[in-house]
Design a protein around this ligand. Structure first.
Ligand code: MLT
Length: 242
């Protein structure tokens, strides 16, 4: 099932839930783990992040904060995946808070398996799901302050489309699952022009106004990182392969 955090049932869990925030939180999380961050700890609340990270050795932590697309004063980094270099990240814990992505993660953190996905690590996530065969799977697009987003929906469609092909299913098997069928249709229409779609998206437009064209280019790439970020305790993500 594909939905937004606001429509995620609070009285139920799925066997596996995947938070998606292509622009840019889950692209940043995948990249940070890929370049050697020990873990990424996500917070929806900035004060809580500051409080918890204070107890961590200063040389082993980095604080990333984003609101409205811009870096939060007092943090080491904003939310650009391009800031995640091996030199900066290796062996460190990234404490991160963002406008929407970290809230989406929070609303699924009670599920037995929680992953994060972006276009850049789509195939790694698909392989994990095919191997684990969860009975119920939620794809949760972070959106923007409660509204639909093109980039998260196209990523949900990219995951669902690959799952369908690789598990030999057809759209008929998804009958009644309107959101997922629409996400797949969006992906199939735009799969060869994902950067252009990100340019059309409202948050893509916001990031372009903030000089984020390189971030859009990076986040529009598909299957470049073999990383499965998985929750090991509430809000704490590690790389499955580490
Ligand atoms: C979010 O969580 O809303 C995003 O990751 C915003 C951003 O582009 O930094």
């Amino acid at each position: 099932v594909y939905h937004t955090p606001e429509l995620t049932p609070s009285d139920r869990t799925a066997d596996c839930a995947i938070a998606i925030d292509v622009l840019r939180a889950t692209s940043t999380i995948a990249t940070a783990l890929h370049v050697g961050a020990e873990a990424v700890q996500a917070f929806s609340d900035l004060d809580k992040l500051m409080q918890v990270s204070e107890d961590w050795p200063a040389e082993k932590r980095l604080r990333a904060g984003e609101r409205g697309g811009s870096k939060v004063t007092g943090c080491d980094l904003g939310n650009s995946p391009l800031d995640c270099t091996p030199e900066l990240m290796a062996g460190k814990r990234l404490f991160i808070t963002t406008t929407n992505g970290t809230r989406a993660l929070q609303c699924i953190q009670a599920c037995p398996v929680v992953l994060t996905a972006a276009l850049i690590n789509r195939q790694a996530i698909v392989e994990y799901v095919l191997k684990q065969q969860p009975e119920t799977l939620w794809l949760v697009g972070s959106g923007w302050e409660g509204s639909f987003s093109l980039e998260d929906t196209v990523c949900a469609g990219a995951i669902a489309s690959a799952l369908m092909t690789q598990a030999n299913c057809t759209l008929e098997d998804l009958a009644g699952n309107d959101e997922t069928i629409s996400a797949i249709a969006l992906y199939r229409q735009w799969q060869n022009n994902l950067l252009e779609l990100l340019h059309h998206a409202s948050h893509g437009q916001r990031l372009l106004r903030l000089d984020g064209q390189e971030d859009l280019k990076y986040c529009a790439q598909t299957d470049i990182l073999d990383i499965v970020p998985i929750q090991k305790s509430p809000g704490v993500l590690v790389s499955l392969k580490a």
